[in-house]
Design a protein around this ligand. Sequence first.
Ligand code: ZNH
Length: 141
Amino acid sequence: MLSAQERAQITQVWDLIAGHEAQFGAELLLRLFTVYPSTKGYFPHLSACQDAAQLLSHGQRMLAAVGAAVQHMDNLRAALSPLADLHALVLRVDPANFPLLIQCFQVVLASHLQDEFTVEMQAAWDKFLTGVAVVLTEKYR
Ligand code: ZNH
């Protein structure tokens, strides 16, 4: 699914994020809520007050999961199985929200990495995050 070059680009970008999961994650959530206000409905407690500490804490958890997915990009289905159960069976997040989050994720990357975030890296990350979203949304019934 991912070429050797795509894998390298995904890892290269992750190495720049690693250690800043909370900050990137909080920015991602803030962007998501602002650009796509309908997403706030899933996070009533977070989006109502936009308390920085809570955004950082949920952002940290979300980005840590992305980091784990990077470590297991050859085996996403197994690595993300518990999270897939959570999203599909418990949270029941409409799968239409995932492309919105992926788009915001790429804008966060671009705004931080600027010229370092090449078009090839964006393409590789788009493919990778789409793969993550496929796994997180395939257990719906
Ligand atoms: Zn999600 C949760 C990840 C997407 C919504 N998440 C969560 C968590 C994680 C995640 C890690 C935590 C878990 C625990 O704690 O156990 N997500 C994730 C990822 C992604 C996602 C990786 C992609 C890529 N989500 C999503 C979306 C949405 C969501 C799109 C909508 C919009 N999540 C959610 C919610 C929750 C979660 C609502 C719960 C929160 C709380 O807890 O409060």
